[in-house]
Design a protein around this ligand. Structure first.
Ligand code: TRP
Length: 333
């Protein structure tokens, strides 16, 4: 039996950070042997809320690819490719547009939130409003069975399945229902300022490419318990970002539990806990950073990886789109 398929991806709006790492990069590395994995660099999706600045995409495509390679996504077994170079994706998006109602899109909580956050001023671009439909095309064109994503993307998967059901019923059953894979036990990684989400736009991210000093500075500036003023005072661990991060990243949970008790009792200072977290993060980030540096030496090699991945993705895409046209009776000639 052939392998099941993973489709996953990121908007190339900047280098990737620890939120991406816990949300989905780790799962991609883990699953790439077991699945046939396609990793999409969603440059067209990045344009939907930043149409004035296409010039940032090329550099960021390169940055994101370096991050993929640095964390261990292996281009020999995973197919890394660029969205805009697969015209079949835009074609499928156009067919899907007819299968979704405006109220259904308006109900999508991810889009709703983003529209609120992004201050679109005089109006939301239509392309942004419909990006879940384009994302559904990303997933279905590759007949994906599984999508490893962060928790905020779950509504996208539900919307994708709505479209799949509608397509299969209206035309022909060619697309499998897709499942999301969201890391268990962990919600979404907060930013270093304690805000709900680590993100570039909030300026509260630790990047996989940050050097050791930058990581240390960011850790030392992290949000803790604002009422924990003196070392001897009891401190709170709920909503204390440093402990949240330790829960995510520290390999030794017993040590973390002991520190939590000590902190709550009083007598454990923020600086000590932060130093511990810094060590934990450097342990994870140093090998990633080193590998990133190695890969960054040969830009041509990165380009080759992207060309080969995109070619492979395109071959797959053309097969699916042929089936799509047949099932929609658009194969006139
Ligand atoms: N929406 C994702 C992000 O914000 C990127 C993305 C585009 C994606 N198409 C996808 C993720 C398909 C998973 C599956 O970064």
């Amino acid at each position: 039996m052939s392998k099941k398929i993973i489709l996953t991806g990121d908007r190339p709006t900047g280098p990737l950070h620890l939120g991406h790492y816990v949300g989905s990069l780790q799962n991609r590395v883990k699953l790439q042997n077991e699945y046939n994995q396609f990793v999409l660099i969603a440059d067209l999706q990045a344009l939907t809320d930043n149409a004035e600045h296409p010039e940032i995409l090329e550099k960021n495509i390169y940055e994101v690819t370096l991050d993929y390679l640095a964390v261990g996504i292996d281009p020999k077994i995973s197919t890394i490719f660029i969205q805009s170079q697969i015209p079949e994706l835009t074609e499928l998006t156009f067919y899907f547009l007819n299968l979704v109602t405006v109220p259904r899109l308006q109900r999508n909580p991810t889009v709703k939130n983003e529209i609120k956050q992004k201050n679109f001023g005089t109006g939301v671009p239509v392309g942004f409003f419909v990006y879940p439909i384009s994302q559904a095309a990303d997933i279905t064109l590759f007949k994906a069975n599984l999508v490893p994503v962060g928790a905020d993307q779950q509504p996208m998967i539900e919307q994708t399945n709505d479209i799949i059901r509608k397509f299969n019923k209206t035309y022909k059953e060619i697309f499998p229902i897709v499942e999301s894979l969201i890391p268990k036990d962990v919600g979404r990684l907060p930013g270093i300022d304690g805000k709900a989400k680590m993100s570039k736009s909030l300026g509260n991210a630790i990047y996989l490419s940050d050097d050791a000093d930058t990581v240390q500075k960011k850790v030392m500036s992290m949000f803790t318990d604002p009422n924990h003023l003196r070392v001897e005072d009891p401190g709170k661990i709920e909503g204390n970002t440093v402990f949240t991060y330790l829960d995510y990243f520290a390999p030794n949970k017993n040590e973390v539990n002991e520190m939590k008790e000590h902190y709550q009792r009083g007598g454990l200072g923020d600086v000590k806990v932060k130093k511990y977290l810094n060590e934990v993060l450097q342990e994870i980030l140093t090998p990633i950073r080193e590998r990133r540096k190695e890969f960054a030496k040969d830009k041509n090699e990165i380009k080759k990886i992207l060309i080969q991945g995109t070619q492979k993705a395109r071959d797959f895409a053309q097969k699916t789109i042929k089936e799509v046209r047949e099932s929609m009776k658009l194969n006139y000639f």
